[in-house]
Design a protein around this ligand. Structure first.
Ligand code: MN
Length: 135
């Protein structure tokens, strides 16, 4: 099976590199973007299996991008998670209303991040050995 691919859209280099290192070490292929310019087009070229999309981004904010991705029948099925330092409950509600499937607060809880991704994609390690008994 091909590697599961995660796209992270995050303007903060520290948060972005943390995710790239963490997911790369877990065996995911990680694509990166620093803003959402041309995001829908890029998603349709590279077809990530899951997208981590910051809310506060230069140019186009994550809420707007989430609405674009979820309005498009080709991209709406891709799991989409907010990465954000916003902490108020109303911001979480707005993220879900915009179409995000879930919400991860910064600073990132790395265990929660891996658990969330594995829940949607499966852990890459699970696919390495397809000869094991099914019992
Ligand atoms: Mn940001």
């Amino acid at each position: 099976m091909a590697k599961q691919t995660v796209l992270i859209v995050e303007d903060d280099p520290f948060s972005r590199e943390l995710v790239v290192d963490l997911l790369g070490a877990e065996g995911y292929q990680v694509l990166q973007a620093t803003d959402g310019i041309g995001l829908v087009e890029r998603v349709k070229r590279e077809w990530p299996d899951l997208i981590l999309l910051d809310i506060q981004l230069p140019g186009i904010d994550g809420f707007t991008l989430a609405r674009q991705l979820k309005a498009d029948p080709e991209t709406r099925g891709i799991p989409l998670f907010a990465l954000t330092a916003y902490a108020r409950p109303e911001d979480q509600a707005e993220a879900l209303e915009a179409g995000y499937d879930g919400y991860l607060s910064k600073p990132l809880d790395t265990k929660a991040l891996l658990h969330t991704i594995a829940r949607f994609l499966g852990s890459p390690g699970l696919f390495l050995d397809n000869t094991s008994p099914q019992s």
